[in-house]
Design a protein around this ligand. Structure first.
Ligand code: CUA
Length: 340
């Protein structure tokens, strides 16, 4: 709406319109009340000042007046609160079938990984009109992934995955910034998001797909680290069978249940003793310092590819289904992994 003003970034995501409206509403309301208060202070100071023939005196309170200036602002604040909460809740709940891109922040660059295996530095290519979910982590200090044209910003933390989602509605190239001071070259930690036609995007993916998918790479890491010797795809392993675990509740030996999301799985690889799955013993060694953040993301992709439900979702929303993904109800065959 205001993108012709150079101080106003393009409105390139489905969030932009709402965020801008809310922002304008806040500026107008607070600006109007600031002016009103200033004007009344000046007016009363002049009108009721002490002067020859007029003595200044204390004016006692008025309940009606006080109730009015309490209830009206309360109503306005509730509008701000509810409106802001709706916009916020919409932004923190990624749709289930969003396409996923992994982001690794480090001093001082953005590494972006598509599930199809394509990797980029400081440039993120996306199709227009698709929900996109970013799963992000930092290799060192806190960074912040900020795309003004999408009206989204999310801290990227070491040691924990954070997510961000948006729905690009406009083709073009948009600024990507790091919005958290992260050292000497923080100001240089910039890049761009390139939003393309879906067909162009598929062509771009195909043109850059020289590696295997992220999941197939994870499968390689899984084999190289010998994970399969304990995490067998049957019930005989010394570690839990990982098929179908991703995103599902897991019963722990202390009786509690956790969801096997990216953060839980990451913790279980780096600090296996933290949460022990019911029925297993704490015998797994730590892989802290052995698995890089990139490898971790590929391992997570691999584990997700072992989960039939996730496969269904992925197959429905990501046309070029990579080979590691299997059908709806099919349990991944042993041929998918190295089972010793
Ligand atoms: Cu990364 Cu500032």
């Amino acid at each position: 709406m205001l993108h012709n003003l150079s101080i106003w970034p393009a409105e390139a995501s489905s969030f932009a319109g709402n965020v801008d409206l809310l922002f304008i509403f806040l500026v107008v309301v607070t600006g109007a009340f600031t002016l009103l208060v200033f004007a009344m202070v000046a007016f009363f100071a002049i009108k009721y000042r002490q002067r020859p023939g007029h003595k200044a005196k204390q004016i006692e309170g008025s309940y009606a007046l006080e109730a009015t200036w309490t209830l009206i602002p309360f109503g306005i604040f509730m509008i701000m609160f509810v409106w802001g909460a709706v916009v916020y809740m919409n932004q923190v709940q990624p749709p289930a079938n969003a396409m996923e891109v992994f982001v690794v922040g480090k001093q001082w660059m953005w590494k972006l990984e598509h599930p199809e295996g394509v990797r980029e530095i400081n440039t993120l290519h996306l199709p227009v009109g698709r929900d996109v979910r970013l799963t992000m982590i930092s290799q060192d200090v806190i960074h912040s992934f900020y795309v003004p044209a999408f009206r989204v910003k999310q801290d990227v933390l070491p040691g924990r995955y954070t997510t961000l989602w948006f729905h690009p509605i406009k083709k073009g190239t948009f600024n990507l910034f790091c919005a958290e001071y992260c050292g000497t070259l923080h100001s240089g930690m910039i890049g761009s998001v390139v939003v393309m036609d879906p067909a162009e995007y598929q062509a771009w993916l195909a043109g850059n797909a020289n590696q295997g998918t992220l999941a197939s790479e994870g499968q390689k890491v899984f084999a190289e680290l010998g994970c399969a010797s304990c995490h067998r795809l049957d019930t005989q392993g010394r570690g839990p069978n990982l098929a179908g675990v991703y995103g599902k509740p897991v019963m722990l030996d202390n009786g509690t249940t956790v969801t096997a999301d990216a953060n839980y799985l990451r913790e279980s690889i780096l600090n296996p003793g933290a949460k022990i799955v019911a029925g297993f013993r704490p015998i797994m060694p730590t892989y802290n310092g052995i698995v890089s953040e990139d490898q971790m993301l590929s391992l997570l992709s691999y584990m997700r590819s072992l989960s039939p439900q996730q496969n269904t979702q992925a197959a429905a929303t990501e046309p070029p289904a990579p080979p590691a993904r299997t059908g709806r109800t099919q349990v991944p065959s042993a041929g998918n992994t190295k089972v010793k």
